[in-house]
Write a protein that binds this ligand. Structure first.
Ligand code: 5GP
Ligand code: ZN
Length: 142
């Protein structure tokens, strides 16, 4: 089940899918591959990757997206954490360092900043008119 529909010879996650780099595999489907993160933020931190080399989520065919989240759900259940984060980064300044789409499944075992995902959340306070302008702009592009 290790063939990738599109793959990059240089990509470490494509190499993991092909078995050229070892991994601690959790689940494999026809379209997804899930394994433990090598530098976990918490015990059980896992990655779900599509068996298709796309750098960013919007470049990935929908069938791969549809397969990935049920895999993430299974892993979250197996981790058994009451609190957890699903994280998916796109682009370097958005904290993506491996350029192959991946979903992190990260348990948050305690409120401590020492384990699990730690988030800075710079919330803005737009006016209703500003929100309406954003809505109009995006709706015009959907
Ligand atoms: P990003 O910052 O791109 O969203 O996260 C990439 C993740 O991939 C990091 O959490 C990092 O620890 C993990 N990672 C990078 N290289 C390897 C690897 O060779 N094996 C495994 N299992 N995880 C990796
Ligand atoms: Zn890849």
């Amino acid at each position: 089940m290790a063939s990738a529909a599109a793959n990059s010879a240089k990509c470490i996650f494509c190499k993991i899918i092909k078995g050229e780099i070892p991994s601690h595999k959790l689940i494999e489907t026809n379209l997804s591959y899930a394994f433990l993160d090598i530098n976990p933020l918490a015990r059980g931190h896992a990655l779900v990757i599509p068996k298709y080399h796309a750098e960013k989520l919007h470049e990935l065919p929908d069938e791969y997206l549809a397969d990935a989240l049920p895999v993430a759900k299974k892993i979250a259940v197996a981790q058994g954490a009451e609190n957890y984060n699903i994280l998916q980064n796109n682009g370097r300044i958005a904290h993506q360092f491996v350029d192959h789409v991946h979903f992190h499944v990260v348990p948050k075992p305690s409120a401590s900043d020492e384990e699990g995902l730690v988030i800075q959340w710079p919330q803005q306070t737009p006016t209703n008119d500003e929100l309406a302008a954003v809505l109009t702009e995006l709706q015009g592009k959907l």
